[in-house]
Design a binder for this molecule. Structure first.
Ligand SMILES: [Cu+2]
Length: 88
């Protein structure tokens, strides 16, 4: 078995691992979300982290619900960097 063949197998395994990762739904409170433009920015920010993320952002309740395969840490860091830190 040549090295190239082994690396192809490893790549396939990595892809399988990523595809089999379960997505989870995070419920976050984002106090800085004031209007629908904020909600739109938040949605775009999260979809830049995970293009397949499903995001619901409500400026009235300040709640962001995001279904994603990205980690909670990655999501929170992206929001903070965009000016929308998550409240604890
Ligand atoms: Cu706004």
């Amino acid at each position: 078995m040549c090295e190239r063949y082994v690396s192809v197998i490893l790549l396939d395994l990595a892809k399988l691992f990523i595809l089999s990762r379960k997505s989870m739904t995070l419920q976050l409170t984002v106090p800085n979300m004031a209007c629908s433009a904020c909600a739109s920015t938040i949605t775009k920010t999260l979809q830049a982290v995970d293009a397949n993320a499903s995001v619901q952002a409500d400026p009235t309740t300040k709640l962001v619900s995001v279904e994603t395969q990205a980690s909670e840490t990655a999501i929170k860091e992206a929001l903070a960097a965009a000016g929308y830190p998550v409240a604890n």
